[in-house]
Design a protein around this ligand. Structure first.
Ligand code: ZN
Length: 394
């Protein structure tokens, strides 16, 4: 009697590859898909490396080709990868210990690894995941194949690469010609809403950076911005240099404006307008909410990391103006305050105002303003910094 059992563990990729058959796709070939059928006839059974339905493969193929076309034609217009991209559809957990899709080096170029199976309860959920994974990984392959990147997955560009790849996923939700209309990217919007204090370019914030990419696209020339950014990418250079050159703004000013606008998810006039995020999760998290009483001082103390931000809401019973005093040396050096007035439905009433040094910021109020929001932003490269504010209604 033969007893076989599945032992989780790392297998040699060459061993797995022997189970998979190559299929060139596109003319000229843009991709080479490698996969095996779960019930292979007349061959060794691939077990967990087999696909159960051809529709999984066609969903991968259509989504890979769709995003390749979106990213390599105007307005994005990035260069095509120089060689057909090898795509292996198998169980990555047996090879890397995790079943997530991935992009990695393979024989002098970049390969994509996509899962051949999921435990999703419905086939439609499996196909949504498949389309999203294909778009995400192919975006990495295109970006890291731009001439200045030379096929390197550059660590310094990782956060903006993840932001760009999740931004590419959002196109699935908005383009009628998309291979599948998935909104899986909203998964990352949850932490983006709940943890605005996480630094934008940190390991913990990099997927959530898609909303920063959406902001840049909205403010600086549409989808073409993504093409301009990745054409300017250079191995070993800081992506903030390229972003500053393309926007003409400093990192800190750009971050402060983005953070303030990100409060206005429901405002069609905001570059951060994201009604699908707002309707699913609501606005970004407040660190605290205070009620300012006329002529009395309301103190706010807090701390913030560089390229993280904190939101405070101030409700005021119909005063004529609000004074916000920024106390301490950290203002302008370590932190910036951006303030504005909004309606109950998170639409702008008054333009945002900046305070970059110690002193008082005065905000005139109109009767339709429901509340004031304050955005305290940490400056790039700064560690956790304490700050103090005093709010007075007059
Ligand atoms: Zn990624």
């Amino acid at each position: 009697m033969v007893i076989s059992y599945w032992e989780p563990g790392r297998r040699n990729f060459a061993q797995i590859r022997r189970l998979l058959k190559p299929y060139p796709v596109g003319s000229p070939p843009r991709l080479i898909l490698h996969y095996a059928n779960y019930h292979a006839v007349g061959e060794s059974g691939p077990g967990c490396h087999g696909i159960r339905s051809p529709v999984v493969v066609t969903t991968y193929r259509d989504s890979l080709l769709w995003i390749l076309d979106r990213l390599t034609t105007p307005p994005v217009g990035l260069a095509l990868p120089p060689l057909p991209t090898p795509v292996f559809i198998f169980e990555p957990a047996e090879y890397r210990g995790a079943s997530d899709p991935f992009t990695g080096p393979y024989m002098g170029q970049l390969m994509i690894g996509l899962p051949c199976r999921t435990g999703a309860s419905e086939r439609s959920l499996e196909l949504d995941d498949a389309a999203t994974a294909a778009v995400h990984e192919m975006c990495h392959v295109v970006c890291f194949n731009q001439p200045g990147m030379r096929g390197n997955v550059d660590r310094g560009w990782r956060w903006i690469a993840e932001g760009t790849a999740v931004w590419a996923e959002t196109l699935l939700g908005s383009d009628p010609s998309a291979s599948r209309h998935s909104k899986e990217y909203l998964f990352y919007a949850l932490n983006w809403c709940d943890r605005p204090e996480v630094p934008l370019d940190s390991e913990y914030g990099m997927y959530q950076a898609f909303l920063f990419v959406r902001y840049l696209v909205s403010r600086f020339g549409g989808d073409a911005f993504v093409g301009n950014l990745w054409r300017a990418a250079r191995v070993g250079e800081d992506p903030w240099n390229a972003i500053q050159n393309l926007t003409g703004q400093t990192t800190d000013d750009l971050f402060a404006e983005y953070s303030a606008e990100a409060y206005l998810l429901n405002d069609p006039a905001s570059p951060c307008y994201s009604p699908e995020v707002f309707s699913r999760f609501g606005p970004r998290a407040l660190t605290s909410s205070v009620i300012a009483v006329r002529t009395a001082e309301t103190p706010i103390h807090g701390s913030v990391w560089g390229l993280g931000c904190r939101y405070y809401r101030v409700d005021v019973p119909v005063p004529s103006s609000l004074d916000i005093e920024c106390a301490g040396d950290e203002w302008g050096i370590d932190v910036t305050l951006v303030a504005g007035a909004a309606t109950a439905s998170y639409q702008r009433v008054a333009q945002v105002s900046h305070q970059r040094k110690p002193g008082t910021l005065a905000i005139p109020l109109t009767p339709i303003a429901d509340h004031i929001w304050l955005t305290v932003c940490g400056k790039a490269g700064r560690r956790d910094t304490d700050f103090s504010l005093v709010v007075t209604a007059r």
